[in-house]
Design a protein. Structure first.
Length: 163
């Protein structure tokens, strides 16, 4: 009986705890229509999180100030632990195609698109702020979920943002 109890406790200790990262992701997938961010590894979902977007989430970002979150293939860049938001990870928007499209229309494509947590000092309000789109085009998570994403990704991995 003691041995069985030991096996059960040991097995439970090895199981991932809900809300903890399970290794490093090799890709991030965001599906705007589902309001979800997926951490992927070898094509399989490791974990997923609810997210919110820009105030005008439908469609691909066209220009600075349109309140849209870009769609397409990008990569994650630098991490900023001292941003105006609880941790942020830069997304490589605009890419060459985004810049060309904006130039043809005579507008700025915008930039500084991030995955980030809540505005500093607003962490406890995330159950409310995660109910509506409020960013300027970024992808927002609760601070708790941002911690997991932060630990699970490295700069340079791809991020795909789908409609």
């Amino acid at each position: 009986m003691r041995f069985l109890r030991f096996v059960v406790i040991a097995a439970a200790a090895l199981l991932p705890v809900a809300g903890q990262a399970i290794g490093k992701a090799d890709q991030v997938l965001v599906v705007k229509g589902e309001y979800r961010l997926y951490l992927m590894q070898n094509g399989e979902v490791m974990q997923s999180f609810p997210v919110t977007f820009g105030d005008n989430p439908k469609g691909h970002k066209q220009q600075q100030g349109d309140q849209r979150t870009p769609e397409g293939n990008y990569s994650l860049g630098y991490k900023n632990s001292s941003s105006s938001f609880y941790k942020s990870i830069h997304i490589s928007y605009p890419n060459t195609q985004d810049r060309k499209s904006a130039r043809r229309r005579g507008v700025s494509p915008g930039g500084d698109i991030m995955i980030h947590g809540q505005p500093n000092g607003w962490g406890r309000w995330s159950p409310l702020t995660q109910l509506f789109n409020w960013t300027d085009g970024c992808i927002a998570l609760s601070n708790k979920n941002m911690d997991i994403v932060w630990e699970s990704v490295n700069a340079g991995i791809p991020i795909e943002i789908r409609p």
